[in-house]
Ligand binder design. Structure first.
Ligand SMILES: [Zn+2]
Length: 324
């Protein structure tokens, strides 16, 4: 009986938590309706831009001629390995920029060529891109074993795609911000962004020669990086050789790399929601227990005659039916 009463309290708590969240969905946003309508427009624009770009990358942008040039570069023994990787990246980048309006291609090229900063950092922390066309910079932290390797350039290809996304979005929308007020809008936008950027990594990694691939693998194993980052790097390196782009992206999403769920959980709006849920659940559980204790008190004081008040009839009878 006590277990059933406890279950009922939990059900009551969850129902209360959901009601509280629904009621407070726009709490703290006095002009909630206005925000929602702006968000709808933003979703249409930003998501449409990002989806188009993601679809462009999904079609592939390396022609047969590009691919054979890249293969030749990796086979060119007159160049040291770091120059081979750099030259191959130059070919990948120019192939990607070829499909874009000239002024956007120029902006992105300038960011990649003059504003990129690769830093040796043995506490590898991935790479990040500060998205601003006028003052944008790409900073990549890498363990020294990977500096100058095709892995560095695959990370640059990822950031290149973000630079393109940002330049195109600014060109169409003007100054814009990620829709951080909404979990679903933010997750949509970020998912499309990262799918596009991971596609770019795929193209950058796919044509590495077998010898170079082995060197990269050993460098990743030797580098002092967190185990999770090492598995991501190894998995991408391996899968880029054996999988289609679609399979490659599915494998990344299955592993939680920029899947919708992982984006949602790690996002600012996601963390805000989890915090709200936690607070609401604690509040509702507390309310449930207090309500039950109060009903018990009313019942005890009236002994065998249940009270006729609406509160007792509607709430207490439900809570206490199982508990007494
Ligand atoms: Zn990214």
């Amino acid at each position: 009986m006590a277990r059933l009463a406890c279950f009922l309290n939990i059900v009551l708590a969850v129902v209360s938590a959901v009601s509280l969240l629904n009621a407070g969905a726009f709490a703290g946003q006095p002009d909630g309706a206005c925000v929602a309508s702006d968000a709808k427009t933003l979703r249409k624009d930003l998501a449409a831009i990002l989806r188009d770009l993601r679809d462009d990358t999904a079609k592939g942008y390396l022609t047969g001629e590009d691919e054979s040039k890249i293969v030749d570069v990796y086979a060119d023994e007159s160049l040291p390995p770091n120059q081979r990787a750099e030259k191959a990246f130059g070919l990948v980048m120019e192939a990607r920029l070829r499909g874009l309006p000239v002024e956007i291609a120029d902006q992105v090229r300038a960011i990649i060529k003059s504003r990129i900063r690769v830093e040796v950092n043995n506490d590898y922390n991935g790479a990040y891109f500060k998205a601003d066309v006028s003052s944008g910079a790409v900073k990549i932290d890498l363990p020294e074993e990977l500096v100058g390797s095709p892995i560095q350039y695959s990370v640059m290809a990822h950031e290149l795609e973000h630079a393109i996304q940002d330049a195109v979005a600014v060109n169409v929308l003007g100054k814009y911000e990620m829709p951080e007020h909404s979990l679903s809008l933010y997750t949509d936008a970020k998912f499309l962004m990262e799918a596009g950027a991971m596609s770019a990594e795929y193209y950058s990694l796919r044509l590495i020669s077998p010898e170079e691939r082995l060197i990269c693998r050993n460098a990743i194993l030797k580098a002092d990086v967190p185990r999770s980052d090492r598995s991501i790097l190894l998995r991408m390196l391996n899968n880029s050789k054996s999988m289609s782009l679609k399979q490659f992206l599915s494998a990344e999403h299955r592993a939680g790399n920029y899947s919708r769920l992982s984006i949602a959980l790690h996002s600012r709006p996601g963390r805000r929601l989890v915090k709200k849920l936690g607070t609401a659940t604690v509040w509702a559980l507390g309310t449930g227990f207090i309500a039950r204790a109060y009903c018990q008190l009313l019942y005890d004081n009236n002994n065998e005659q249940p009270l006729q008040t609406p509160f007792f009839q509607t709430v207490c009878t439900k809570i206490m039916r199982i508990g007494i």
